[in-house]
Structures are given as structure tokens and as C-alpha cells.
Design a protein around this ligand. Structure first.
Ligand SMILES: C[S@@+](CC[C@H](N)C(=O)[O-])C[C@H]1O[C@@H](n2cnc3c(N)ncnc32)[C@H](O)[C@@H]1O
Length: 305
């Protein structure tokens, strides 16, 4: 079954992905109990810390968020925002008018000290989402392109952005984004200054998707790619009975056991990491060291069964 066929089973949020401001997206995600970005935050932040430690201050830390929407991963990793904070900000403090929303967001970020020194670049097929994220200061750089389209090739300046990034993250986007986009990105990722550690990736993938083509894309570019043992993250609730029925049918057809997971009415994703083969063990151990903890070291309220 292809990603296109699997996507048919999922509810469509296409309208809110392309609005001029994030209000509709954030509200729709809150409504559906969307939480995968926040769930993945501690793992992306741990990978960032690892790169910083290994590369030292000389190599800048630069993250590429693939399928970034309005710069959501950057808000999580760079600014350590919680999803609830974003929901509250866009519901009450960010005006609907584009310019006013950008100005209010910039002001909000100005009083939110970055959690770590990191530059963030986003890639998304939604031109309005990228424009807002850059204009509002959520992203340092943005690439509005759809590399799933047949024959789509990156420009030299887009390739330069990819070469400058040494951390790839992606939450909630695989399925829309497939091996076609990854093939474009991984060709150049981190090539500008790989350091001793090389680039790493932290990616969530819904269990309904066949991970084989994604694994192959990473392996074709020399990465070791693996699921982080014991980490399974809730993404959002099924929007209706039809979505639930069709997603469960796909999972069961593939022989995936859903009793302890999707049967509770939610999509679940597994967490995958990729790195140079010789660094995979240390990357995995960083992932498991933040497993089950909040960023502040407290016990996670989230599910890691
Ligand atoms: C569920 S949202 C996830 C957004 C964000 N990563 C998060 O977790 O909040 C999926 C995103 O994938 C983007 N997308 C869909 N097709 C894409 C493509 N071909 N290339 C890049 N991004 C795409 C959508 O525009 C949307 O922003």
C-alpha cells in the first residue's frame, strides 16, 4: 500500500495548513488533541544537546524541521514553548490580522529566551505557513517547496540551507512527506560542516505507515536508521468513526497489534532516529535517557507504555 492510499484513511486538515496565520491550524490541532510535536520535543532537544557537546561551540547548531507548518518544531525546541502556551497565545493574544499577528508573535518570542542556541530552518509545501513563520520570527529560514512533485529539484540556495543543517526533525509529516523529499534533503544535509559526529535525525512516523521506504532513503545516504525502543507517542484522536475504522483496518491488514494502542481512539507514532552508523548507540542512549521525563526531569504525564 502506498503513502497516498494510506493517507486516504486519515482525516484531511489541508485547509488549515494553508491559511495566512496559524490561528486555524493551532485551534484545529488543539480540538483534535494533537500532541506529537510536544511529545517529540524532549527527544529533539536531547539530540541538539548531543550535537552541541560533540561539535563544541565552533560548529553552529542548525535544525531543519521537515513539514514544519508555521514553525511549530522551532517553537518547541528553540523556545521550549508548550503546545498549551501556543494555543493560549493564538486564541487570546495574537490578532487575526496578518501584520499584527506577526508583530505580536515577534514580541512574544522576544520575551521568551531561547532554550538553546540553535538556528532553525523549516521546509513545508505550504507557502503561507512558511511566510508567517519567517515573518513572525518563529523560523530563521524557510523553504516553501513540495519535493513530492515529480521532477521537483532544489535550487542552489535551498541546497545551501540543507548543507548548513546538522539536525533534522520531523513530527506529524511523514506520509505527506515521503522518501522523495527525504532523498532531496539527505543528499545535502549537514555537508557544509559535518564535524566529527555528522548530522542526525529525529522523526516520528505513524504506525499506520510502512516505514520501509523511509528507512531505505536514510540507508541509501549512509545513515543507520532505527526505532527508539520503548517509545511510542500518541499523535491525536481519530476525528470520527470512519477514520478510526479505516486506520484500524490498515493496521490490522499489516498484522499490527492495536489492542493497547490505537483501540483507545488515537493515532500512535513510533520515534525513529538516524545518524552515522558508528554514532547510533550514543544517540539511542540519549533518547532513552530522556524517555519518560519532562524537560525539567520530572515524570512525564505522557504515555510511554
Ligand atoms: C500535521 S502537520 C505537522 C506540522 C508540524 N510538524 C507539527 O507537528 O505540528 C503536517 C504538515 O505537513 C505539511 N506537508 C504536507 N505535504 C507536504 C509536502 N509535500 N512537503 C512538505 N510539507 C508537507 C503540511 O503543510 C503541514 O504543515
Amino acid at each position: 500500500m502506498s503513502f497516498e492510499e494510506e493517507n486516504e484513511a486519515k482525516a484531511s486538515f489541508d485547509d488549515v495548513y494553508v491559511a495566512p496565520t496559524p490561528h486555524g491550524y493551532i485551534a484545529a490541532m488543539a480540538e483534535s488533541g494533537y500532541q506529537i510535536g510536544e511529545q517529540a520535543r524532549r527527544y529533539c532537544a536531547a539530540a541538539a544537546r548531543l550535537l552541541k557537546e560533540r561539535n563544541g561551540a565552533a560548529l553552529p547548531l542548525q535544525m531543519l524541521d521537515v513539514g514544519c507548518s508555521y514553525g511549530i518544531g522551532s517553537a518547541f525546541v528553540k523556545y521550549n514553548c508548550s503546545f498549551d502556551e501556543m494555543v493560549a497565545f493564538f486564541a487570546t493574544r495574537a490578532p487575526a490580522d496578518y501584520r499584527a499577528a506577526c508583530a505580536a508573535t515577534r514580541m512574544w518570542l522576544n520575551i521568551t529566551p531561547p532554550a538553546c542556541r540553535i538556528r532553525t530552518v523549516g521546509l513545508d509545501s505550504s507557502e503561507p505557513a512558511i511566510r508567517f513563520a519567517v515573518d513572525a520570527g518563529l523560523l530563521d529560514g524557510g523553504i516553501a517547496r513540495d519535493f513530492e512533485l515529480a521532477g521537483a529539484r532544489p535550487t542552489e540556495s535551498e541546497r545551501a540551507w540543507f548543507r548548513g543543517c546538522n539536525l533534522l526533525m520531523s513530527t506529524g509529516a511523514i506520509g505527506y512527506v515521503t522518501e522523495r523529499t527525504l532523498d532531496v534533503v539527505l543528499r545535502d544535509l549537514g555537508k557544509e560542516a559535518p564535524g566529527e559526529f555528522g548530522p542526525v535525525a529525529v522523526v516520528t512516523i505513524l504506525r499506520m505507515f510502512d516505514v520501509g521506504p523511509i528507512r531505505k532513503a536514510f540507508e541509501d545516504w549512509g545513515y543507520a536508521f532505527t526505532a527508539v525502543p520503548g517509545v511510542r507517542l500518541p499523535q491525536r484522536r481519530f476525528t470520527d468513526a470512519k477514520e478510526r475504522r479505516e486506520v484500524l483496518a490498515i493496521l490490522h491488514q499489516r498484522g499490527v497489534e492495536t489492542g493497547a494502542w490505537e483501540d483507545d481512539g488515537r493515532h500512535y507514532a513510533d520515534l525513529y532516529v538516524a545518524s552515522a552508523p558508528e554514532h547510533l548507540d550514543v544517540l539511542l542512549s540519549r533518547m532513552t535517557s530522556v524517555h519518560g521525563t519532562d524537560d525539567d526531569g520530572g515524570k512525564s504525564p505522557f504515555i510511554h507504555r
